[in-house]
Design a protein around this ligand. Sequence first.
Ligand code: AMP
Length: 313
Amino acid sequence: MAEAKAPVLIVGSMALDSVRTPAGEVQDALGGAADYASIAASFFAPVQLVGVVGDDFPQEHLDFLAARNIDLGGVQMIKGGKTFRWAGYYDFDLNVAHTLDTQLNVFADFAPSLPAEFRNAPYVFLANIDPELQLQVVKQVQKPKLTVCDTMNFWIEGKPDALRALLGHVDIAFMNDAEARQLTGQLSVVKAAKALQKLGPKTVIIKKGEHGALLFHGDEHFAAPSYPLEEIADPTGAGDTFAGGFIGYVASQDDISIGTLRKAVVYGSVMASYNVEDFSLNRMRTLTQEDIVARYRAFQEIAHFEALSSAGV
Ligand code: AMP
C-alpha cells in the first residue's frame, strides 16, 4: 500500500447504537456513520473527523479513534449534552435495517465549524447526517479534489430538498439501492443512478448490501462482487465502512482516475465484509493490513473470469 499523506476530512454522526440481530445484541455501543467511516479510512490515510458528542460519550471511544491516527480537532463535546443515539434491529434479511429509535440529541443544534487546518482537506467524505450540516461543511472546505456523500432513508424522507441541493455540490454520491429508488422514483437502479448523476455527482455508487456494489462513472459501469462470508454478526455500519475504505484508498493514491475508483470500490467492499463479522466496530480493533490485502486478493479471485476466444467459446 502506498504511503498515505493526503488526509480525508469526514463529517457525520458519532453515535451510541443499540442493535439486535439474529446473532445477538449490544446496548449503547460505539457507532455512527462518521465513526465507522473514519476507522475504515484510517487503515489507508490520515483522517480529520468533524462531529459532536455529549459528555456521556465514553473516553475509551475517543481514545480508540485517536489511536488510529484520527485527528479529533473537529469533534465538539457538549457539556451536559447527550450523544446521538440510534436503536435498530435486523431480521434474517440483513440488508434491511429496522429503525426503532433515532435521537438526534446534540446533533439537533450542531453547527459545524471547521478548524483552520481542516479547511484545505483534499478529500472530503460527508457521511450520513442531516444534509444541511453536510452542506455547511462543504461550504467551509476550499477546493477539495474529491467530495463524496452518503445518506439514508431518514433524510430522504425528512429533508429531500436539502439532500438534492447537497448533491449539486458533490463529485460522488453513495446510496443503497432502495434509497436511490426512493429518492429518484425510478425502479431500475441504472435509471436511478442516471437520475442522481443529473442532480450533480459525476459518479454514483449503489451499494447492494450483501450483493456487492455498482459504480456508475459518466457512461461507464463497474460491478464489484460480494464476498461469501462465513462469519456475519451485525451489518450495522457496513455502508459507512465501505465508504471509508473507498475514500481512504483514493486518498492514499491521491488519484481519482477510473482505475483507482474501481480498486477503491473493492477496498470498500473488503472493509465492509470484515466489519459485519462482529458487532459495533469490534472487528476493526484486530484487523491488520495483511488481512485487508488477503481479502482484496480473494475478491479478485471471485470476480475473475476468462475472455472468450475469437470463436466465442
Ligand atoms: P449503515 O449501517 O452503514 O447504514 O449506518 C449505520 C450507522 O448510521 C449507525 O451506527 C447509526 O448510528 C447511524 N445512523 C442511523 N440513523 C442515522 C441518521 N438518521 N443520521 C445519521 N446517522 C444515522
